[in-house]
Structures are given as structure tokens and as C-alpha cells.
Design a protein around this ligand. Sequence first.
Ligand code: HEC
Ligand code: HEC
Ligand code: HEC
Length: 446
Amino acid sequence: MKTFSTLSVGSHMQRAAHLTHRAAKPIVALAVLTLAAILPTSPFVSAAQAAEASAVAANARPEVVVRGEYLARAGDCIACHTAPRGKTFAGGLAMETPFGTLYSPNITPDSKYGIGKWTADQFYAMMHTGKSPDGKLIYPAMPIAQYTKVTRQDSDAIFAYLKSVPAVHQANRKHDMRFPFNQRELLIGWRTLYFSEGEFQPNTKRSAEWNRGAYLVEGLGHCTMCHTKINMLGGSSKDEQFAGGLIPVQNWYAPSLTSDKDGGLGDWSTKDIVDLLQAGISDRGAVYGPMAEVTYHSLQYMTDDDAKAMAVYLKTLPDNDPGRKAGPPAKVEPAVAANGKRIYMAKCSACHGDNGEGKQQHYPPLAGNQSIEMDSAVNPIRIVLNGGFSPGTRRNPEPYGMPPFAQELSDADAAAVVTYIRTAWGNHGQPVTAAQVNELRKAPQR
Ligand code: HEC
Ligand code: HEC
Ligand code: HEC
């Protein structure tokens, strides 16, 4: 089991905090919590641990429990509600935000610390309205804005599954939020702006497959929590959903999932999308950073039908940002281009190919790979500095790794090689500077 970690906090958190200082009212600033807090900094929970829950009475489980387990995976509950090396669903995962730290609660059936005393009605009310049985408003670090779309039937199945996992008698850690963000009443402001309660409503003009995909992507999958541009108020308008955005605190860029041919999925086939979601690697690229965790805990378990439905839905998202691409590649200073190419041929081409063609299903191609060409250069810089592993999945159990180059390459050299891969082979990215590289070195590693 590899210890795959997402990187976070530090200077980036301060930047997120800085961003919110400009928002006049704490009510509004609190909205940033949706994005800032969503990303736990846990390494992947071990496969054995993930299997722990499913091992319980695997032979004699009622159908509703089995279905509930599948839906809980689609919702990725385990990722946030399990601490590193902690017991499954016992909570305690620290979620750093610019306003302090939230600790995910215990959602095992323990009657004192967990949800043992909850009824299915109360559980559905929580998922649907974002309010606890005791009436308290829930922080949007729990994806309530998305889970409100979950149907009553699916909510009941998830509840039945959670009631079937081993109870863990472990107290919840109190949140450690600074004043005034520790005042839950402030969430009324966020809710007014960004929460609209309501189950998913099928679009009768679309196929059953499309609707299934939309339900999973918009609801349980909570993809928009990351793949959405956030405005200065820490919220996002509807038409910016899926348009991609920088994830505060963690400082990874979640690309557009629209049909935008530059940064989106416009050029991807349905099969490319399905492969990426289920296997973690496709002919278009591999998952890394926070997306690797999503694949590891959640998407690899989706059935072929559901993964395809999600892809079918994603392929219909309209182009939000038409006509960005085209034209000749950006101009790069000849000395930088030559240095970048030299480094690439010496350190990268063995895996990614002399012309960035990659080795399919092992080493992702870099030519024509939009996650490298995107306006934001955060991802390619970080992967060059930090290296990465795509997650081990059922379809790709032994992924290949990429070594980190932070030690080996100076800021200028790393900038040169990233500039090279962003502009060579017809790629349409812009050059990056040594200062940009230097800034991202500060992202703390675990
Ligand atoms: C992105 C992280 C994240 C994910 C994914 C997530 N949760 Fe949560 N959840 C939280 C946090 C943080 C809280 C605490 C919120 C608060 O105190 O207001 C929470 C709270 C809860 C609570 C307790 C609410 C209460 O009234 O005290 C339950 C139950 C719960 N989550 C169930 C789930 C289920 C079921 C799933 C999967 C379908 C899930 N969560 C997925 C982060 C997450
Ligand atoms: C030992 C083989 C190896 C070497 C050497 C290597 N890489 Fe990688 N690279 C990989 C693998 C494997 C991945 C997928 C990693 C993941 O998914 O976390 C990857 C991913 C990437 C990505 C992200 C691609 C995507 O799918 O979006 C970029 C960018 C990248 N490498 C650039 C480079 C550069 C630049 C160098 C040289 C400085 C380099 N790599 C050297 C194996 C390698
Ligand atoms: C925790 C944040 C997070 C969540 C939740 C999330 N993603 Fe991602 N996703 C990312 C990041 C960051 C990247 C960029 C790294 C990479 O390509 O792996 C990414 C990359 C992708 C890519 C590759 C895009 C490209 O142009 O290379 C696809 C497709 C994708 N996500 C689909 C989804 C879908 C579908 C969901 C919901 C089921 C989802 N993501 C949920 C953070 C997230």
C-alpha cells in the first residue's frame, strides 16, 4: 500500500484567507468553507480498511445494505469520515480551513458517539435539508448542497448500510473554528446564497442513462465541489459549475469538465472518461492529487453502466469558454526552450516518450494533454516537483509511479521543463516562471 498524500495548508491557506478578508461580512466569508474544507489531508485509507466494512457478514447481507454500500461509495463518505489509521467511519479526520479546523464526526452506529439513535427519517432530513436531528445547521464541508439531490430510497439504503457497519465507541473531536466562524447561525447566510434544497428532478427530454449520470455526478458524486470556479465570495454561480477551478487550501486545479475543447472534456471519448474514472488512467492521462483519492475510494467501484452514464452526462455539459484554443503555440525564449528540451530528454523522455506520446495505460501522454496545457500551470508544476502515483484500482492494480524532481531541479530548470511540455508538440500552454515554481515548493508534503 502506498502512502499517497494530498498536500495542503501552509501558504496556500493563507492565500485563501487573504482572499476572504476582502469579503466584508463573515457570513459571506464562511461560504469559502465549502471549498476550503472539503479536502481532507488524509493519505489513502488502506485497502484492507476499506474492505473492512464490506467484509462484515458479506455472505448474508440484505439487498438494501449491499446497495447502500455501493451508494456510500458513490458518495465517498469514507474519505472524509475516516481518519488516517483510524477506524472506518469513526470520523476524526482533520479538515483544515482558513477559519480553523473541522473534524469529521463518527457515523458508525454507536449509540453514544455515532448515529446509532438516528432514525431513517432523521438521516434523510439531514441529507436533504443540511440540518441535524437537533436542528443545528451543518457546515458545507459536508457536501449537503449536492447530497440534497439524493432520493429518499437511496438515503434509506445508505442509512441501512451505515447501521450495518461495526459501531466504534469513539468520541467526536470538537471543531476548532475561530470566532465568529464557530457560530453555526452564520451558515444561514451561506444557505441563502448557495443552498437550494431538493431531490434530483429527472429531465424527461433526456435518456434514462443521461439522467442516471446526472444524478450521480450532481448528487452523490459531489463533483462540483471541486470542479467549479469560485467567485470572490467563495461561492459559485450556476453557469460556472463544472467550469473548473483552483481548490483553495490544497492548491490543486480541478479542470473544466465541460465540452470546452481547450480545458474540458470536449475531445475525450466516452471510453476515455470511463477509463479515467474507473481505472485512474486513460489514453488521455492519469489521475493524481485529490482526484486520485476520489478514484481510489469511490469511482473505481462504480459499475460499468454507472461509469458510462456519468461519462454520457459529462459529454453533454455545454462549452462555457468557447474559442480559447487555436493559433500557434506560445513564444518561448530560445534559451529556455533549449534548456527545457535538454532536461526533458534527459529526465522525462524514457517514460513519457521523445515526443510526449507516453506509453499507453502506463505513462500518460504529455502531448495534447490538456491538464498540462490549461491556463493554470499549478498541476504540471506540482507533479514535476512532487511526483505521483495514480491509485491502485481494480482495473489498474499496479500503477506506475513518477519520481519527484523537487530536489534535482532548480526553480529555473523546473520552470524550463514545465514550459517545454506546455509548449512543445503543438501544446497550447503558456510558459511558467521560476517564481511560480518557487511558490509551489512551499506546499507542505506529507
Ligand atoms: C468532503 C467531506 C465529506 C464527505 C464526502 C462526507 N461528509 Fe459527512 N460530514 C463531513 C463533515 C466535515 C461533517 C461535520 C459537519 C458539521 O459539523 O457541521 C459531516 C457530518 C456528517 C454527519 C453528521 C451530521 C450531524 O448532524 O452531526 C453525517 C451523518 C454524515 N456526515 C454522513 C455522511 C454520509 C452518509 C456521507 C456519504 C454519502 C458523507 N457524510 C460524506 C464531511 C464529509
Ligand atoms: C519513471 C517514469 C517517469 C519519469 C522519469 C517521469 N514521469 Fe511524469 N509521469 C509518470 C507517471 C507514472 C505519471 C502518472 C502519475 C500519476 O497519475 O500520479 C506521470 C505523470 C506526469 C504528468 C501528469 C500527466 C497527466 O496525466 O496529466 C506530468 C505533467 C508529467 N508526468 C511530467 C513529467 C516530467 C516533466 C518529467 C521529467 C522532469 C517526468 N514526468 C518524468 C512517469 C514518469
Ligand atoms: C476532491 C476534489 C475533486 C472531486 C470531488 C472530484 N474531482 Fe475530478 N479532479 C480533481 C482534480 C484536482 C483534478 C486534476 C488532477 C487530475 O487530472 O487527476 C481532477 C481531474 C478530473 C478529470 C480529468 C480532467 C482532465 O482534463 O484531465 C476528470 C474527467 C474528473 N476529474 C472527473 C470528476 C468527476 C466525474 C467527479 C465526480 C464523480 C470528480 N472529478 C470529483 C479534483 C476533484
